[in-house]
Design a protein around this ligand. Structure first.
Ligand SMILES: [Zn+2]
Length: 289
């Protein structure tokens, strides 16, 4: 017999996924944590007819990355699926810890690498969609920050589903209306193995402040959903009013994947990190660019 939480999580995921155009093969980003582990579980249980490819990115953050990969393997095995692992050091010759020597604010590099690599791997595996486990609070934090910091372009670009665009695979976030607490409960109910340790190099002080503010403002879960709907409507209005120009994308001069600049930010950063490491200037003054 399924619990109330299980029913809500499943229903909200189904409601989101049913909005997407029909797809056959889904790549699921699997970090080894509770959110993506739960997403893989609920998705494979709800859609046994879909092809699912779990993808794990090992970014080389010491023991944390090793443990993350171990848990991602357990989660994939439990679902009877083969895990695709991309090991940054093996494939590109450096880790995120190396990247931090040239980019002290490495979280943005990490985010850029994850977005780029997930898309590239999914594209190469002929996946129709990439599913990520961003939850309700992830979206609320991002949208609140955009509004309060006048990041209207960022807010206007906000979408819970992004359709395929050339070599950019469609992106779906089926947990966008599911609060984190419910996902944690789902993971425990289903006995999903997951790593609870947080990234040791993440400096997310600002995000935590926004997160706490949202918790104070929304004393009930329904209020969070109301804020989410209001901010989504605002994002749509911004898109439709013509005040925001959406940048045109063109193929990156180096890798060919669509990007807003001449060379995409992934290729630019990889080139810079490799050059820095090759010069052996590990102890020279950092360039934050
Ligand atoms: Zn590129």
């Amino acid at each position: 017999m399924s619990s109330r939480v299980e029913e809500i999580v499943r229903r909200r995921v189904l409601t989101e996924v049913e909005k997407y155009p029909v797809f056959r093969r889904a790549a699921v980003a699997l970090s080894g944590g509770k959110d993506s582990g739960s997403l893989l579980h609920v998705f494979t249980e709800s859609y046994p007819d879909k092809e699912v490819i779990p993808i794990h990115l090992n970014l080389g953050i010491g023991g944390f990355s090793e443990a993350s990969e171990r848990f991602a393997r357990m989660q994939a095995e439990r679902a009877g699926l083969h895990l695709v692992v991309f090991n940054l050091e093996r494939e590109l010759g450096f880790t995120i810890l190396d990247a931090r020597r040239i980019y002290p604010k490495v979280c943005s590099v990490c985010g850029c690498f994850k977005r780029y690599l997930l898309n590239r791997i999914a594209f190469e595996l002929d996946a129709d969609i990439v599913l990520t486990a961003h939850h309700l609070e992830d979206f609320l934090v991002r949208m609140f920050k955009s509004v309060l910091n006048a990041g209207f372009e960022e807010l206007a670009r906000f979408k819970t589903y992004l359709p395929k665009n050339g070599n950019l695979v469609a992106k779906g976030r089926p947990f966008c209306r599911v609060p984190e607490r419910m996902i944690a409960e789902y993971a425990l109910l289903k006995g999903i193995p997951f790593l609870s340790e947080k990234c040791p190099i993440g400096r997310k002080v600002n995000i935590e402040r926004f997160r706490k503010t949202i918790e104070i403002l929304a004393r009930r879960q329904s209020q969070k959903l109301l804020y989410f709907s209001s901010l989504t409507k605002l994002a749509e209005m911004l898109q439709n009013c013509g005040a925001i120009t959406i940048q045109e994308l063109k193929p990156c001069s180096s890798c060919g994947f669509l990007a807003s600049g001449e060379t995409c930010s992934f290729c630019t950063r990889v080139r810079k990190i490799k050059a820095f490491l090759e010069r052996g200037q590990a102890s020279s003054s950092p360039n934050t660019r």
